[in-house]
Design a binder for this molecule. Sequence first.
Ligand code: CDP
Length: 195
Amino acid sequence: MQFTVALDGPAAAGKGTISKALARHFGFAHLDTGLLYRAVGAKGGDPVTAARGLTQADLAREDLRSLEAGAAASRVATIPEVRQALVRFQRDFARRDGGAVLDGRDIGTVICPNAEVKIFVTASPEIRAHRRWLEVGGEEADVLVQVRERDARDMNRADAPLKPAFDAVMLDTTAMSIDDATRIAISLVEAGLRP
Ligand code: CDP
């Protein structure tokens, strides 16, 4: 069975937690596509060469979740050749047998426009910065600045900017627990699986 769930949205909106929970609940494979861009940014050197030669070892680096790696990711993610080099891998993953959840920025719009379920997860910048700050520590005000910078870069780039697909369901998690958001996402996927 092929079945793709596309989960897009800005930094720290809850995509990662929700997509892992969906994958566990339905037995689908999960791909955090942000990790691909983080690995390209962290590799250094020419980003296009890095994207074309990405290995499993690059994706397993310990330092990919840092704020710096996120900022580097959003810079290399503006380069069309980098994005192009990662398309095939993501599409193959999405159509693997047994179902797949992909989370990112352009899954519903560019990578899998025919995904069976599309969810766009949002939350206010302040709440997202607070959630990220709980993970990474430091000064919360600095984290908010970084979140806003990354939002601006992701939304304003020419190639595959962050935006909801026209047929995505919007899921605003600002005033919602992650458990409630996950329950809603599960019911959306159940509805998509119904014949
Ligand atoms: O976890 P978080 O939402 O903070 O970030 P991420 O999903 O790991 O993505 C890091 C950066 O990679 C984003 O800010 C985007 O610039 C880029 N990205 C992208 O352009 N397209 C994707 N499908 C996923 C990530």
